[in-house]
Design a protein around this ligand. Structure first.
Ligand SMILES: [Zn+2]
Length: 97
């Protein structure tokens, strides 16, 4: 099981499902030190525009070209964006305990 490092206590106690949830603007408490943490807000904001672009661009293509296969491209790019979100967006402390 992959764990991520808490920015407050530097222990590897953030599970993958919590890191994934924080990629969608949620907050979680560290199991080790109970600090409130989230994904870095500015980077997450940039990434949210990428998610939105992905959604609107491929829905638009599917609409104009009358073809469903663009939704396949959308899912692939969505998966890549999720990987970037999990791997490269750092965590930040909202409230240190
Ligand atoms: Zn912690």
């Amino acid at each position: 099981m992959v764990n991520f490092t808490c920015p407050a206590c530097n222990k590897d106690c953030i599970p993958l499902k919590d890191k994934y949830a924080m990629g969608y603007w949620m907050t979680r408490r560290c199991a080790g030190c109970n600090s409130l943490i989230a994904n870095h807000a500015i980077l997450l904001g940039v990434l949210t525009f990428a998610y939105l672009w992905n959604l609107l661009f491929f829905i638009g293509l599917a609409q104009f070209n009358q073809s469903w296969h663009y939704f396949g491209y959308m899912l692939v790019i969505w998966f890549v964006l999720d990987l970037i979100n999990i791997k490269y967006v750092p965590l930040m402390i909202i409230h240190r305990q």
